[in-house]
Design a binder for this molecule. Structure first.
Ligand code: GLN
Length: 538
């Protein structure tokens, strides 16, 4: 019987070194060699999931097919591997403790004292192994969130120690560290790496491979020094140089032979080599665009790099398909009003109104929708963005003065966006939205159909409010039609404008499903429409 191999990716010295991208890159290289691979993220915080964290805390919340609200690294895993992840791919300390405490309350521990070791560590190990139990994987890659030495990471590192002991060569640890460049000394410094490996050793874990994030190339001398001080072979010291795009990292790791090193250490064949032709083709299109467009991203978290991660990445995929560079112009919705939209938005070839919650910046989003509608600019409204387009149309075309979503104004005379009936009874915030994949039926003869070329689609959701069907007929006769609906629950999922070249609002999040292998048709269509718009202008 074949055994699953377990690869752990830990981090040292600093956060934000790109553990998620390194994990996804190793996974991609192994996948392209023909192995089945999945990736998992273990997050040491106490929230049960990141769904209750605001973007300032944790960037975007990524949603899986099965409706799990997860860490944004899962987005990278899906975008690189093109295989869906699930709740099992993201586990937090909160989830581990919740499950252990539930077991204790049920009496499952038969009177034992419940302790971090073995009960919490057993639960962690159970979650790691669970991934390959339902469906076999050759490799399970587990990224441990945080940095070694953090108090909250300790049980995870202990679980890694135990698994290495139990599984021998079926288990491997990659440690990602920082090799800083001291400009004053003109040198790369290895000491932080040595210290971070020492910290890992204090917990009984010897890394097999050390990946060094660096701004400058590692010299052979630096590699040897790290190898000597950290008890690894020089071939196991891998350089991870800053790259212009995250999509270059798999190729950089291949050039550094990271995948070969993993396979050799795990007694696996290092032939055949990975087939990277498609990946390279994508990358060359990304790096050598033939045209460019400016797309406005209207949101209230524009200063945060990670808040709209999946949207930004979807534009990379769609831009490459279109041989087009997408310049994302981030515009704060709070800075927009009726008087300045022309000045702030007229250079744009497309306008995207972002998802979001709560009233801050909502009027600016509504104004941006108005500007796109009135000026024939390609428009994509995602979730709250779609709701803003509906509100704007109701107010300015249908003359429903003060139309709103009941999320923002519970007293509005025209609640064109309203809470779903089954949501009204719910009081808890965690995991209680309409989440995950739902079917949608697309109407033939619409722009939406021309984009998807399909009638039955599935898209991922994360919201509480919906288009209010009470007004649908009036909207349709005024020129805003429902081009996609959930027939089972009678919900409007997609709207478009009849008298506009490309104006689409979607209640779901297409950005969660765009991958390098399968760019999302809505983003591809949006960039194509923006290219046309640009040509018209010139
Ligand atoms: N706040 C809106 C709702 O809950 C939209 C959510 C979103 O944009 N993800 O329906």
């Amino acid at each position: 019987m074949k055994n699953t191999k377990y690869i752990f990716v830990t981090g040292g010295v600093s956060s934000s070194l790109g553990k998620g991208i390194i994990s996804a890159s190793v996974a991609k290289l192994l996948q392209q060699r023909g192995f089945s691979v999945t990736i998992q993220k273990l997050d040491p915080y106490i929230n049960v999931d990141p769904g209750t964290l605001n973007p300032y805390e944790h960037g975007e919340c990524y949603v899986t097919e099965d409706g799990a609200e997860t860490d944004l690294d899962l987005g990278h895993y899906e975008r690189f591997l093109n295989i869906p992840t699930s709740q099992a791919n993201n586990v937090t300390t909160g989830r581990i403790y919740k499950s252990v405490i539930e077991k204790e309350r049920r009496g499952d521990y038969l009177g034992q004292t419940v302790q971090v070791i073995p009960h919490i560590t057993d639960e962690i190990k159970y979650c790691i192994k669970l991934l390959s139990q339902k469906k076999f994987f050759d490799f399970v890659i587990t990224e441990i969130g945080g940095t070694v030495g953090d108090i909250e990471s300790l049980p995870y590192i202990e679980a890694v120690r135990q698994m290495r002991w139990e599984m021998g060569r079926n288990c491997l640890v990659i440690h990602l560290t920082l090799v800083p460049y001291l400009a004053a000394a003109g040198e790369l410094k290895t000491k932080p790496t040595q210290h971070s490996v020492k910290t890992l050793l204090e917990s009984g874990v010897q890394p097999d491979i050390i990946v060094c994030r660096t701004e400058h190339h590692l010299t052979p001398g630096i590699r040897e020094k790290i190898a000597r001080f950290c008890n690894v072979e020089p071939t196991s010291v891998i350089e991870s140089i800053d790259a212009a795009s995250i999509y270059e990292v798999p190729l950089l790791m291949y050039a550094e032979k990271l995948d070969e090193e993993v396979l050799t250490k795990m007694d696996m064949p290092s032939e055949p080599k990975p087939d990277l032709r498609k990946w390279k083709e994508f990358l060359s299109k990304l790096k050598q665009p033939l045209s460019e467009v400016n797309i406005g991203l209207i949101g209230k978290y524009i200063e945060l790099k990670d808040a709209y991660k999946s949207i930004v990445e979807s534009f990379s995929h769609a831009g490459a398909v279109n041989d087009c560079k997408v310049n994302i112009v981030r515009i704060h919705s709070e800075s927009l009003n009726e008087d300045n939209t022309k000045e702030k938005l007229s250079d744009l070839d497309g306008i995207l109104v972002a998802p979001g919650f709560g009233p801050r910046g909502i009027e600016g989003k509504i104004e941006a929708s108005r500007y796109a509608r009135e000026n024939g600019i390609p428009f994509l409204g995602i979730c709250l963005g779609m709701q803003c387009a509906v509100i704007e149309f109701a107010r300015n075309v249908m003359k429903f003065k003060e139309a709103h979503s009941t999320e923002m104004n519970s007293q509005t005379p025209y609640p064109v966006i309203d809470m779903m009936e089954n949501q009204k009874k719910i009081s808890g915030m965690g995991g209680t939205m309409r989440l995950g994949s739902y079917p949608c039926t697309i109407k033939k003869g619409t722009i939406t159909f021309d984009i998807y070329h399909e009638i039955n689609i599935h898209e991922r959701h994360r919201h509480r409010y919906e288009f209010n069907n009470k007004y649908l007929k009036e909207f349709e006769s005024a020129g805003m039609i429902a081009s996609g609906v959930n027939t089972k629950d009678d919900l409007v999922e997609i709207i478009e404008l009849k008298n506009h070249p490309w104006f689409i609002g979607i209640q779901f999040h297409p950005e969660y499903k765009s991958t390098v292998d399968k760019p999302h048709p809505l983003f591809v269509g949006f960039v194509t429409a923006a290219k046309t718009q640009r040509k018209l202008k010139s």
